[in-house]
Design a protein around this ligand. Structure first.
Ligand SMILES: [Zn+2]
Length: 269
């Protein structure tokens, strides 16, 4: 398999910080569970018009908890951000395709993602939370349901790499399905994790700022991180869309980031 590295340009610094704090929360258990802020409900209509088939490659759905209960050991309690709100947001900012990343609050129950994909008419794909205890049948079921990858955290302050035997087993199993692996770690640690990344049998996505955009336009993705769990300052998604024109003034580069790269990686048809 072709090994490729994709960098995901999240919604500015806030997005990158969100990934780090989401990840940090994951393994810290017995403290009281903090609640986090809801997204800005007054989404600005962007001035920048996204091209057709633009894909938000990092976005979440939370609940409703009555249907998709939050995991007991979740790192935070999110506001509900159900499919209806998700659809309304993406319609407002002009996004036609989405990759729904299952948040840590839903643990390895991936139904909140697969149910949304099933109702999307091919417009959504997903990234699941998995572990090596899952059966081949379960993983194949997720693949059939539109899951295209799974995510792992490598965090230095939690001891870095964790159980590499289990990790190696599961990444080889998902490689069989043609999935890619989403990885995230503290900003600045990319060099340290390079050996792990280069040994991966899959393509991988690093949640990271798009600082290398000019050099690698074929390997950059864009995402809002709506509804923005754990950010210090809540961004407005319309303004996030308008930032694209600043990051990527060249329409050909924008077409790659927004449409072509995600279509290829997540196998939209
Ligand atoms: Zn996120």
């Amino acid at each position: 398999m072709n090994r490729r590295e994709y960098l995901r340009m999240l919604a500015g610094l806030a997005g990158a910080a969100a990934m780090a704090s989401e990840a940090r929360g994951q393994s810290e258990a017995p403290k009281p569970i903090p609640s986090i802020a809801p997204p800005d409900p007054n989404t600005k209509i962007p001035d920048f018009k996204l091209p057709p088939k633009s894909c938000d490659t990092h976005t979440h759905i939370f609940g409703p908890a009555s249907k998709y209960p939050f995991a007991a050991n979740r790192p935070y309690s999110p506001p509900e951000a159900p499919l209806e709100a998700f659809r309304a947001l993406h319609e407002k900012i002009g996004v036609e395709r989405c990759v729904i990343v299952n948040a840590t609050v839903h643990g390895t129950d991936n139904r909140v993602v697969t149910d949304a994909i099933a109702q999307s008419g091919g417009a959504y794909k997903g990234i699941a939370n998995v572990n090596d205890e899952m059966s081949d049948k379960e993983l194949e079921g997720l693949d059939k349901a539109g899951i295209r990858g799974c995510r792992f955290a490598f965090l230095k302050r939690l001891g870095g790499v964790g159980d590499m035997t289990k990790f190696n087993r599961i990444v080889h199993r998902v490689a069989e399905l043609g999935w890619h692996v989403d990885v995230y770690f503290e900003p600045g640690s990319v060099g340290e994790f390079a050996p792990i990344l280069s040994a991966l049998p899959t393509s991988y996505v690093i949640d990271h700022m798009g600082t290398t955009l000019a050099a690698t336009p074929d390997r950059v993705l864009w995402g809002t991180d709506w509804p923005h769990p754990n950010v210090k300052i809540m961004p407005n998604d319309g303004e996030i869309v308008d930032l694209i024109a600043l990051y990527a003034p060249d329409p050909a580069v924008r077409q790659k980031i927004l449409v072509e790269n995600p279509a290829k990686l997540f196998k939209f048809t």
